[in-house]
Design a protein around this ligand. Structure first.
Ligand code: SF4
Length: 315
């Protein structure tokens, strides 16, 4: 059967879907969420069958890559069931973004699924700095999950949000970590998302500044990536595999290929805009018009900031 393609009015081929399955999280990363927080009651979240139905329909219209996110997606008791069901769909790539808190325990179940691409957020290799950022003592759990997933042969990427004066001094520690364990480390620019965007300039470090720091000690060999890749990657002379997601200083909206399904069923065109249409209970016949409308909401240039916190958006 001829595979349909989603192409917006700017010629962008939309084929990736972020699937947020909860906004709840057990970490309190200060740049992502306030200490006191209200999560969406579970009865308002899409059920696993609603998630699968909507995702199955979207696959029929051209989505071929999915990444499950949160909040912290593994907090959902039916997380592994959702992954198993999504693995039955005709997606070429399935992944998850997680804080690694309970990942180690469920890796054996994921091993038989299509979910082989695991991005684990780790903003520090120092227990105290980790605690300062996440307000938790789960450093060892996250680290063990990374090392175990890598050893089990999953495609592991470590995402580090660079924060000036907080963890940017650990740049070379993460280079050594990548070289030692063979995991790809990606340095993420802090985005102007959520209540913290007012402090953005104090904490922001650009990818270019990091590259200049690295080149004082390392040779960086550029690696080729797909045009819709969010990161640009290098291999270093010390054997590390690194990437940079420079969505503030080098936005990539012109090649954006992603849509986002929120945990309550809203299909959004962009991380920086709440605009979207809810797909909950919508018949498949209405999808073509809805997809055209939502794709029409996708900006071609970077929206400066959004007040909605990241945990509500789904990363
Ligand atoms: S800011 Fe929006 S349009 Fe730009 S790359 Fe991100 S999701 Fe895509």
């Amino acid at each position: 059967m001829h595979k349909r393609k989603l192409i917006d009015s700017h010629g962008r081929v939309i084929h990736k879907l972020r699937v947020q399955i909860t906004d709840a999280c057990n970490f309190r990363c200060f740049y992502c969420m306030p200490q006191q927080v209200q999560f969406t009651p579970s009865k308002e979240l899409l059920s696993s069958s609603e998630i699968i139905d909507i995702c199955s329909n979207l696959v029929d219209f051209g989505i071929d890559e999915m990444r499950v996110s949160g909040g912290e997606p593994t907090l959902r008791k039916d997380f592994c069931d959702i992954i198993r069901e999504l693995s039955r769909l005709a997606v070429g790539r399935l992944g998850v973004t997680t804080n690694g808190f309970i990942l180690k325990d469920i890796l054996p179940e994921l091993k038989d699924s299509k979910c082989q691409n695991i991005n684990i957020s780790l903003d520090s290799l120092d227990q105290n700095t980790f605690k300062k950022i996440t307000k938790t003592d789960y450093f060892n759990k996250a680290l063990e999950s990374i090392i175990t997933a890598q050893r089990m042969g999953f495609h592991v990427k470590v995402n580090m949000v660079i924060l000036r004066g907080v963890n940017d001094h650990e740049l070379f520690d993460f280079i050594n970590f990548s070289a030692q364990y063979g995991v790809e480390v990606r340095f993420l620019e802090l985005m102007k998302i959520g209540p913290y965007y007012k402090n953005h300039s104090q904490l922001f470090v650009s990818a270019q500044e990091l590259i200049e720091r690295l080149e004082e000690r390392e040779e960086l060999e550029p690696q080729s990536v797909n045009c819709d890749s969010t990161s640009f990657n290098f291999h270093t002379s010390s054997g590390a595999k690194i990437g940079f997601i420079a969505s503030e200083s080098q936005p990539f909206c012109g090649f954006c290929s992603r849509l986002r399904l929120t945990a309550t069923g809203r299909l959004r065109a962009c991380i920086m805009s709440e605009a979207g249409i809810n797909l909950r209970g919508i018949d498949k016949e209405r999808y073509p018009d809805i997809l055209q409308s939502v794709m029409g909401m996708k900006p071609t240039e970077r929206i400066d900031h959004i007040k909605q916190p990241m945990y509500q958006i789904g990363g």
